[in-house]
Design a protein around this ligand. Structure first.
Ligand code: NDP
Ligand code: OXD
Length: 320
């Protein structure tokens, strides 16, 4: 058996150009074939590993000797949505590089709202010298939905900056300096003490549509920002976009930073593009780095073939 690696990267340019990923893997795994799929001429029976980003449904099922699927992002909702996904271990991306990038994004967005970026930019456009009131970080309560690899790091860095930080997870957690809430029973208390809601949950059957109008109404309304703020860098399916827009329009939300959307790319017709209270970014809060991930996957393959257990294997029953 040749033990080839298939690279399946769909629909990307720039960072997600398929050839770019194929080249990085070929550099890291010089002793084995690295093939870019779909490729009509490829020997599918020789493929034992697949490194994937948004693989077309049904493609992985055509690899009869597949042993491991490595997802090139942290979120696996797209891969798990394929009903024909072979029953082999699914490994997701976890790396300090990815975590650091997400923490940069979350901290940047929290600071933009905290330091009144919309107000300052409006003043600059109008040549108006109007510093206004600026409160301290300790006056703001940030709540992070999802206290996993990414949420925990963002929460801890925000806490070090002085914000009052809480996190919400499925199972109870202990994170130093963070007020930890868990499960649906504690969700309302978590929301009631939150001025800025950061969403870093995986998209699962349990979390889809969680951030809806009813949830947004439960956020704190007595903070210094004039209303709560939503930052979603998890997945677009976590929020109900029509509810978010309605909440922005009627003042339930004072602002939002959205990196992920129900439909991506965000359709041109979406009012979010030009909404005066919204910062839109194109699902690049934390890009996967091809050099870092190719090295991580190559290391995992080497260790796996020596008999070691794979790290960061997804629990398919719970969906993350
Ligand atoms: P993890 O799996 O490490 O953490 C997930 C967290 O969510 C855990 O704390 C988990 O709880 C919690 N959670 C899951 N389901 C529930 C639930 N039903 N109720 C309460 N809490 C729940 O994931 P990561 O931190 O690595 O990544 C999070 C997500 O970020 C990814 O799934 C992906 O969608 C998104 N992402 C977005 C990127 C972007 O560029 N926009 C880049 C990278 C990731 P528990 O601790 O109890 O298990
Ligand atoms: C990821 C992502 O899941 O980029 O890593 O969204």
């Amino acid at each position: 058996m040749t033990r080839a690696l298939a690279v399946v990267v769909t629909g990307g340019t720039d960072n997600w150009s398929p050839a770019r990923w194929r080249d990085r893997f070929a550099m890291r795994l010089p002793d084995r074939p690295v093939v870019l799929l779909p490729d009509g001429a490829a020997d599918l029976a020789a493929i034992t590993y697949a490194a994937v980003w948004k693989p077309p449904a049904g493609l992985l099922a055509r690899l009869p000797n597949l042993r491991v699927v490595f997802n090139l992002g942290a979120g696996v909702d797209g891969v798990l949505a394929d009903p024909t996904l072979p029953n082999v271990p699914l490994v997701r991306a976890v790396s300090p590089d990815l975590t650091g990038r997400m923490t940069e994004y979350v901290v940047m967005q929290v600071l933009l709202h905290h330091r009144r970026w919309f107000h300052l930019m409006a003043c600059q456009r109008e040549r108006r010298w109007a510093p206004g009131l600026q409160w301290a970080a300790r006056d703001l309560r940030v709540g992070v939905l999802g206290l996993g690899v990414l949420g925990r790091d963002s929460a801890q860095v925000l806490a070090r900056l002085g914000f009052q930080v809480a996190g919400w997870s499925r199972a109870p957690q202990r994170v130093e300096g963070i007020a930890c809430f868990a499960g649906r029973d504690q969700l309302d208390s978590f929301l009631a003490r939150t001025d800025i809601l950061v969403c870093l949950l995986p998209l699962t059957a349990d979390t889809r549509g969680l951030v809806d109008r009813a949830l947004l109404k439960k956020l704190a309304r007595n903070g210094p920002l004039g209303g709560p703020i939503l930052i979603n860098a998890g997945r677009g399916g976590l929020h109900v976009e029509a509810d978010v827009i309605a909440a922005l329009d009627d003042g339930t939300l004072a602002g939002a930073s959205l990196d992920v959307f129900e439909i991506e790319p965000l359709p041109l017709r979406s009012p979010l593009w030009a909404h005066p209270k919204v910062i839109v970014t194109p699902h690049n809060a934390a890009d996967s780095d091809a050099d870092v991930l190719a090295a991580d996957v190559a290391d995992q393959i080497t260790a796996f073939e020596r008999g070691a257990a794979l790290a960061n294997v997804v629990d398919r029953a719970i969906g993350y």
